[in-house]
Design a protein around this ligand. Sequence first.
Ligand SMILES: NC(=O)c1ccc[n+]([C@@H]2O[C@H](COP(=O)([O-])OP(=O)(O)OC[C@H]3O[C@@H](n4cnc5c(N)ncnc54)[C@H](OP(=O)(O)O)[C@@H]3O)[C@@H](O)[C@H]2O)c1
Length: 266
Amino acid sequence: MPKNESKEKTVLITGATGAIGKAIAKSIAATKNYKVVILARNIEKAKKTINDLKASTGNQNISFIIADISIKKEIQKVAEGWTGPLHVLINNAAATPRQRLETSSGIEMQFATNVLGYFWMTKFFTSILIKSAPARIVNVASYWAGNLELDDLEFTRRNYNNGTAYRQSKQANRMLNIAFAERLKSDGITVNVCHPGEVNSLLSNQLGFGGHESPEYGAATPVWLATSDEVEGITGSYFEYLHEAQCQFSNDKVGIEKLFGICGKY
Ligand SMILES: NC(=O)c1ccc[n+]([C@@H]2O[C@H](COP(=O)([O-])OP(=O)(O)OC[C@H]3O[C@@H](n4cnc5c(N)ncnc54)[C@H](OP(=O)(O)O)[C@@H]3O)[C@@H](O)[C@H]2O)c1
């Protein structure tokens, strides 16, 4: 067995109280030798979710940690309190409020949650992933992405529209995926991003569509990226429906580095 390759793998997933995240957590928890930790912001929802997951999968090795991913200090605190290995981080939690809201730190909510939340989770859990390498980061983004304006990431100049802000955040997820993949490739951590599928959820409803695919179908690509030998060693790639796809943002190396630099200043 290669160094650091323990039999049991620990997976941390954000947004598992939601539609796709819960299906991802369930599928991984049902797989032999996986321990699942969900990161949630609401303790009651977290408890209910892990109880449901334990009952439906039979896996009792499921727990939760509490943090709001739009708040940097909360992510830092849970990362500092983490004990044991971490083999897979799945960044999946997202929000798309219809009004322009700000966090308690005064950051526009969608940028804070969907972009900085992924960025901070990756940043603060990196050293733990490195110790557990080979390790993986899976970023759940979307095919529906665009409208990124580096000089107005928080919609102070543009009129806020939740669809536009959401598309921007998912473009940012895909761009930052490349920046992190490049930085972590020599540490034994692969970093990949995907479109999950179109699933009926709070998030999709707030964007004005229902979603015709099941949560399980939406979970299939992230779960495959998190667990399958088929993608071992692949990094910096974008996937849709279990296939690698061309990402239209991948050639904008200057924009990717600028965005990475901006996020690092928050
Ligand atoms: N649904 C689709 O059709 C679709 C399509 C393409 C991509 N996606 C992507 O798939 C992912 C999951 O979406 P979904 O449809 O499953 O959404 P969802 O059902 O609305 O779930 C969103 C999850 O994110 C959590 N969350 C939101 N803000 C948070 C915060 N500040 N801190 C911690 N957790 C927070 C929510 O927690 P609470 O339960 O506490 O609210 C919930 O668990 C997202 O990244 C989304 O962009 C979805």
